[in-house]
Design a protein around this ligand. Structure first.
Ligand SMILES: [Zn+2]
Length: 682
C-alpha cells in the first residue's frame, strides 16, 4: 500500500512518513522528487541550454518505456497515480463488504479486466448499435440515428454540447459546432506533404481492417474505408482551423433554432433536437455556422448508403477499445503505434484503470481523495494560491504600458477568480448507471450515455460553476474563461509539483508556477477577452488592447522559431499562435511564482542546498517539471493539435525572457538563455 507515501509527502510530517515505509507494498513506483540533483547534466552550461542542464542526465537515463509515446516526470506522476488507483480498484473488486461506490467502480474495473467474457461476447455489443444504423431507410432516419449516437456519447457529423452563454455566463445554453472527423486535426485531411499523404493511406488501411473485423469482405471493406475518408475530408474542409478558433469572436454566433435550421435545412435539426434527449430551447450558439452551410450541400450530394457507412465506422471506432482483442490491437496499431510512435500497448490493467477514471471518475476520485488528500492539503494549497494572487496584483500595478482604467478592471477580474482545490464540494451521483461485473462494452456505453445526459441537462439552466472539468486523480490544472475559476485536482498536488518535505524555493518553482500559469490564463490572448463575470466582453481601453497585442506578437514570433521535431521527414517548428496562450501563461506563471517566493524569503530567508542558491533551485524545480522524452511521431502530432509547447521550450522559452533567471545563474548578454529581445506580456 504505497498510497501512504503520498499521505506522508502531502499531509504528514517526515517522522510519520518514515514510520510508514515498513508497510507491505505493491509495486508502486517510487515517489518522484520535486528537486532532483541527479537529473542535472553538469557538463552543460545553464546559460547556453538550461533545459539540457536541468534535465540532461534525467533524459539520458529515462528512455521512453515501450508502452508510452512520451515520458516525462509529469507523466511519471500520472503513472504513479495509476498504481494507486489500481490498488483501490483491486480492493474494491475483491470479495468482501463494500460501499455502493466501491462496488460500482470495482465491478466496472473487473468487467474491463475480464478478457475472456469480452472475447465470448465478440461483436454482440456492437451488433445492436449497427442494426439500428443498417435499418436507416431515409434522410429522417439518418438524422434520428445521429441523435441516437450522440445520446450514447458517440461522436458523429457535428458536435452538440452545453456551455455558458458567451454574453450571459450565468446561463448555460446549447452549442452546436463543427465535428465528425476521426483523425486528430482537420489538417491531416487537407495537407499535401508526404507525411500527411502517408497518414491518410495508413488511416484508410486501418478503417478497412476494422470493417473486416466486423465481418465485411476485404474488397467491400476497402471500398467502405475510401468512403469514410471522402466523407470525413468533406467535414474537414468545412471545419475552421484550430488556431483561428482561439479567438472567441470566431465562435460567437447566437442564433435562433429557426435561423440555423433555415441556413442548413438538410441537417434536420428540428428533428435532431427533439430526439437527442436535450431539454427544449429556442436559441443556441453555433460555433461555426459556415460548417453547417457547407456540409448542408454534402448531405445532399453524398448518398444515404455512404452516410450509413460513415455512421457504422464512427460506431465501430467508438466501441473498439471495449471489444475483443482483435479490435483493441488494430485500434492500437493505428492510433498508438503509427500515430504516436508507441511501441507496445499498455498492460491491460492500466487501460482499465484509465477507462474506470473516464467512466466513473468522480466515484473513483472520491476513493482516491479519501486515501491521498484531505482538508489539510486544501488549506496549504490555498495559502500558496493567495500568495501568488498577491504577486499578480503587484505585477499588474507595476505595468508601465497599462492605463489605470484597464488596471482597475484587471484587479476586479483577479479579485473575482474562484479557486477550486483538490476535489468538488459535492460528489457526483452515479447511482442511476447500471454497472454489470461481466459486461464491459455495455458498462462503458451506459457510462458515456449517463455523462451525455448529465451534460445535456445543463442546457437552459443557471450555470453550474461547481461542476469540475477534470477528475481528482488527474495530473493537471485548468482555468475556465466563462467561469473565471482556477482548478487544481488532487492528482497534481504532490511531487514533483509539491512536497511538504521540500522548502519553498522548489515548491514555488513547481506547483507555484502551475498556479501562476493558471492565473495568467485569465489574462492571456483568449482569457483577456472575458470579463470578471466570465462574459465575452472587451474591458480594455483600445490603446491598452493594442499594447497587449503588440507584446503577445513578440511571444508568438519567438516560439514560432523553436524547432519541435527534426527527423528524416524534415523539420517542424512550433506554431507560435496555437501555443500563444500557454506560452504566455508559462512566462507569467514563472514570473508571479518568483515574485511570491521573494516575498516569502523577505520574512524567512532560505539557505543554499546541494550547492544551489534558493533562486537557482526555484528555476531548476521549474525546469525539472518538464524533463521529458518524446517520440518523433508524438511530437509531430502535438505540433498540430497541442496548444502547449514541448518541455524543452516551455523551459528555455520562459527562462530566456526572465531577468531573474539570468541573475540567478549569472548569464551574460549574448548567451543563448539571454534573449536579445525579451518578450514579456505579464
Ligand atoms: Zn495552461
Amino acid at each position: 500500500m504505497m498510497t501512504t507515501r503520498i499521505l506522508c509527502s502531502m499531509l504528514l510530517t517526515a517522522v510519520f512518513c518514515s514510520a510508514q515505509t515498513n508497510r507491505p507494498s505493491s509495486d508502486t513506483p517510487q515517489e518522484i522528487p520535486v528537486f532532483d540533483a541527479n537529473a542535472i547534466d553538469k557538463s552543460a552550461d545553464p546559460c547556453v541550454d538550461f533545459y539540457q542542464y536541468a534535465c540532461g542526465t534525467w533524459m539520458k537515463s529515462n528512455p521512453i518505456p515501450p508502452d508510452k509515446s512520451r515520458w516525462g516526470r509529469f507523466d511519471a506522476l500520472y503513472e504513479r497515480n495509476l498504481y494507486i488507483l489500481r490498488d483501490i480498484l483491486t480492493e474494491a473488486q475483491a470479495p468482501g463488504k463494500h460501499t455502493a461506490i466501491e462496488k460500482m467502480v470495482g465491478d466496472y474495473y473487473g468487467s474491463c479486466m475480464d478478457e475472456s467474457a469480452i472475447e465470448k461476447r465478440g461483436t454482440a455489443p456492437l451488433a445492436a448499435e449497427l442494426d439500428k444504423i443498417n435499418a436507416v431507410k431515409s434522410r429522417e432516419d439518418f438524422i434520428r440515428q445521429i441523435a441516437n449516437l450522440h445520446r450514447s456519447g458517440t461522436p458523429a457529423l457535428f458536435a452538440f454540447y452545453p456551455q455558458p452563454d458567451m454574453h450571459d455566463s450565468a446561463q448555460t445554453i446549447a452549442y452546436l459546432d463543427q465535428g465528425g472527423i476521426t483523425l486528430p486535426d482537420r489538417d491531416y485531411y487537407i495537407k499535401d506533404d508526404p507525411k500527411s499523404v502517408e497518414t491518410r493511406q495508413k488511416y484508410v488501411e486501418h478503417v478497412q481492417r476494422m470493417f473486416e473485423l466486423d465481418g465485411d469482405k476485404p474488397d467491400v471493406a476497402a471500398g467502405e474505408a475510401k468512403t469514410v475518408l471522402t466523407v470525413e475530408t468533406g467535414l474537414a474542409q468545412a471545419s475552421m482551423d484550430r488556431t483561428v478558433r482561439r479567438d472567441p469572436k470566431t465562435r460567437d454566433h447566437k442564433m435562433t433554432v429557426a435561423e440555423i435550421t433555415g441556413a442548413a435545412p438538410n441537417f434536420g435539426l428540428i428533428l435532431y433536437f427533439a430526439d437527442n434527449g436535450s431539454p427544449k430551447f429556442t436559441s443556441l450558439n453555433v460555433g461555426n455556422p459556415d460548417f453547417f452551410k457547407q456540409v448542408n450541400g454534402q448531405l445532399e450530394k453524398v448518398s444515404l448508403a455512404d452516410w450509413i457507412v460513415y455512421l457504422r465506422w464512427k460506431t465501430i471506432n467508438a466501441y473498439a477499445p471495449t471489444l475483443t482483442r482483435a479490435f483493441v490491437d488494430e485500434d492500437f496499431l493505428f492510433n498508438g503505434k503509427y500515430m504516436s510512435g508507441q511501441q507496445e500497448i499498455e498492460p491491460r490493467w492500466k487501460r482499465c484503470v484509465k477507462s474506470t477514471d473516464a467512466a466513473l471518475g468522480m466515484a473513483l476520485g472520491k476513493l482516491y481523495v479519501d486515501r491521498t488528500f484531505g482538508a489539510e492539503g486544501k488549506e496549504r494549497t490555498l495559502k500558496l494560491v493567495q500568495g501568488i494572487e498577491g504577486a499578480m496584483r503587484e505585477d499588474i500595478g507595476q505595468l508601465s504600458w497599462m492605463s489605470d482604467a484597464t488596471k482597475k478592471k484587471a484587479y476586479e477580474k483577479l479579485d473575482t477568480i474562484v479557486n477550486n482545490i483538490g476535489y468538488p464540494d459535492q460528489w457526483r451521483d452515479y447511482s442511476s448507471v447500471v454497472i454489470q461485473f461481466n459486461n464491459y462494452a455495455g458498462n462503458a456505453q451506459r457510462a458515456r450515455a449517463f455523462e451525455t445526459h448529465r451534460q445535456y441537462n445543463k442546457i437552459e439552466q443557471p450555470t453550474d460553476r461547481k461542476d469540475w472539468g477534470m477528475t481528482p486523480p488527474t495530473v493537471n490544472a485548468y482555468y475556465r474563461p466563462p467561469m473565471n475559476d482556477i482548478n487544481f485536482p488532487a492528482g497534481i498536488l504532490q511531487p514533483p509539483f509539491y512536497s511538504n518535505l521540500m522548502d519553498d524555493a522548489v515548491n514555488y518553482g513547481g506547483i507555484g508556477v502551475v498556479i501562476g500559469h493558471e492565473l495568467t490564463h485569465g489574462f492571456d490572448d483568449q482569457g483577456r477577452k472575458y470579463d470578471a463575470e466570465g462574459n465575452f466582453r472587451d474591458w480594455w481601453t483600445p490603446e491598452d488592447g493594442k499594447e497587449f497585442e503588440h507584446r503577445a506578437d513578440c511571444t508568438a514570433n519567438e516560439y514560432s522559431n523553436f524547432v519541435s521535431v527534426k527527423d528524416d521527414k524534415g523539420e517542424v517548428k512550433l506554431n507560435g499562435r496555437l501555443t500563444l496562450g500557454e506560452n504566455t501563461a508559462d512566462n507569467g506563471g514563472l514570473k508571479l511564482a518568483y515574485m511570491a517566493l521573494m516575498h516569502v524569503m523577505n520574512n524567512t530567508p532560505l539557505k543554499a542546498i546541494d550547492g544551489y542558491t534558493p533562486q537557482q533551485r526555484f528555476f531548476l524545480a521549474y525546469g525539472q517539471i518538464w524533463c521529458q522524452n518524446v517520440t518523433d511521431q508524438e511530437a509531430r502530432k502535438r505540433v498540430l493539435t497541442d496548444p502547449h509547447s514541448p518541455g524543452r521550450w516551455r523551459v528555455n522559452g520562459a527562462v530566456q525572457n526572465s531577468a531573474a533567471f539570468q541573475g540567478a545563474f549569472g548569464c551574460k548578454a549574448g548567451q543563448p538563455m539571454v534573449s536579445e529581445n525579451a518578450c514579456r506580456v505579464w
